[in-house]
Write a protein that binds this ligand. Structure first.
Ligand SMILES: C[S@@+](CC[C@H](N)C(=O)[O-])C[C@H]1O[C@@H](n2cnc3c(N)ncnc32)[C@H](O)[C@@H]1O
Length: 192
């Protein structure tokens, strides 16, 4: 648990450096809404956050968090797969998204059988790099420690490695432990 928090913090620090008031960001896996709320704080009053999750319970929890913080006006929560994110983002905003966050796996405290799947995760990443603005950032936290998660992490890693390095920079951050099942953070930034 400690390592997960550390990598979430690494992702938040990188995103906080990159995001400016007025920016548009996407939370591709809303879950309980902690990352959605974080993004909403970073983009400020004039910014916008689109959040995706396939579970109604997740979106409800996130909606409550945003309302408590009075940030709901800058957040649009959409019950859909992140693989379809491009359909839900207005076309005028394609190519203008400053940050896209993924936090894979299952909803903490929720149904552990509803987890992200390799195929839709890779489709979502393909959509995400097209939506990204120049200097835009994608962070993806992957968990090889649960069933299916090791294969998903491996495939995400391979997908990142085949990115054109003239257009994208790619880094992997490892947990502070030797375990092969420890979470991993992938960071992709668009160069221009
Ligand atoms: C680890 S949780 C996300 C945690 C969240 N970012 C937070 O701050 O609380 C992963 C979430 O991904 C969601 N999910 C699974 N498959 C998905 C898909 N295809 N598209 C969007 N969300 C998906 C799950 O329902 C779950 O809520």
């Amino acid at each position: 648990m400690k390592t997960r928090i550390t990598l979430v913090n690494v992702a938040h620090d990188l995103l906080a450096e990159r995001l400016q008031p007025g920016d548009i960001a996407i939370d591709a896996t809303v879950g309980n809404g902690y990352d959605t709320l974080f993004l909403a704080e970073q983009v400020g009053e004039t910014g916008k956050v689109f959040g995706f999750d396939i579970q109604h319970a997740a979106l409800q929890a996130a909606q409550e968090k945003c309302q408590q913080a009075n940030l709901q006006d800058r957040v649009s929560l959409i019950q859909a797969s992140h693989a379809d994110m491009a359909k839900h983002i207005p076309e005028a905003q394609h190519g203008y998204i400053s940050a896209i966050m993924f936090n894979l796996g299952y909803l903490p405290g929720g149904d552990k059988t509803v987890i992200t799947q390799t195929d839709s995760t890779l489709s979502a990443l393909t959509a995400a790099i097209r939506l990204l603005s120049p200097r835009g950032l994608i962070t993806l936290l992957a968990y090889p420690g649960h069933q299916g998660g090791d294969q998903e992490t491996e495939q995400v890693s391979r997908w990142c490695e085949q990115l054109d390095n003239r257009q994208f920079n790619f880094d992997t951050h490892y947990s502070n432990t030797d375990s092969v099942s420890a979470p991993r953070l992938f960071v992709i930034s668009k160069l221009n």
